[in-house]
Ligand binder design. Structure first.
Ligand SMILES: [Mg+2]
Length: 246
């Protein structure tokens, strides 16, 4: 599905306007900005790539051909679904795909590998500018607290995002088994406890629609990176950006 992206000038205008709206007005609740993490503030393809390169080392002796293909993989070849990524790099044998799927799943959703994630262009500066202007930042992610909480905190800190300071929150799923969309639909309304939600950033059309419907005066912004296949169409009010460059 192709989305109608804002021009670079319109993207800058939108992001600058969010920073400008981050100033707290006397007597009003504090402005809140809500950020998803995977595919929104972070490109997590480098995490998958690190895992596939590790698998390449494991396969080196036993499956040299597949190992070579994996070792040559680049971020650009990675899709949302691992099977598609493997096909893109030339690994299609069903037994190897099945093995890779288990190997990847055991590593992708745990603390230790989150250090490989890379912030999207402009993301750190944008979050810093919103925070400096006075907004409260909520990182609202489908990652789960038990297996990914500590690594997520470390990754935000090490990437330079405001975290662990007054006016920032990290909100994760209580349990990895809960579907992301159900979690955001259920917990999203609670964001009003923090203050006045003025902007929402997410790379899943469904989440942008749900949160945008709930916080009607906020800018709901879709970050056009990777998303779940079969996603719904975007609500007309949702704005489409590619990253956080201004
Ligand atoms: Mg995401």
């Amino acid at each position: 599905m192709a989305f109608s992206r804002l021009s670079p000038a319109a993207q800058k205008q939108l992001l600058d306007a969010v920073v400008a709206s981050s100033h707290k007005k006397p007597g009003a609740p504090p402005p809140v900005i809500v950020f998803d993490l995977d595919g929104t503030l972070f490109d997590n393809r480098p995490r998958s790539l690190a895992i596939l390169h590790e698998l390449a080392s494991r396969w080196r002796e036993r499956e040299p051909e597949a190992a070579t293909s994996l070792a040559r993989a680049t971020s650009e070849q990675l899709a949302y679904l691992l099977t598609e990524s493997l096909a893109n790099v030339g690994v299609t044998r069903t037994d190897l795909v099945a093995e890779a799927e288990v190997f990847w799943r055991e590593r992708f959703f745990v603390d230790q590998y989150l250090k490989h994630d890379q912030p999207l262009a402009g993301a750190v500066q944008f979050a810093k500018d919103c925070y400096a202007a006075g907004a409260l930042l909520v990182y609202f992610t489908g990652r789960d607290l038990p297996l990914m909480g500590a690594g997520t905190f470390a990754s935000l800190r090490d990437s330079g995002f405001p975290i662990g300071v007054v006016g920032t929150e990290l909100v994760l799923k209580p349990d990895a088994a809960m579907p992301d969309e159900a979690f955001k639909r259920l917990i999203g309304p609670d964001l009003a406890r923090v203050g006045d939600v003025i902007a929402i950033f997410d790379n899943e059309p469904g989440n942008c629609n749900v949160l945008g419907e709930h916080f009607t005066s906020a800018d709901s912004c879709f970050v056009d990176t990777q998303h779940l296949p079969g996603a719904p169409a975007l609500a007309p009010s949702v704005k489409v950006i590619v990253d956080f460059q201004r």
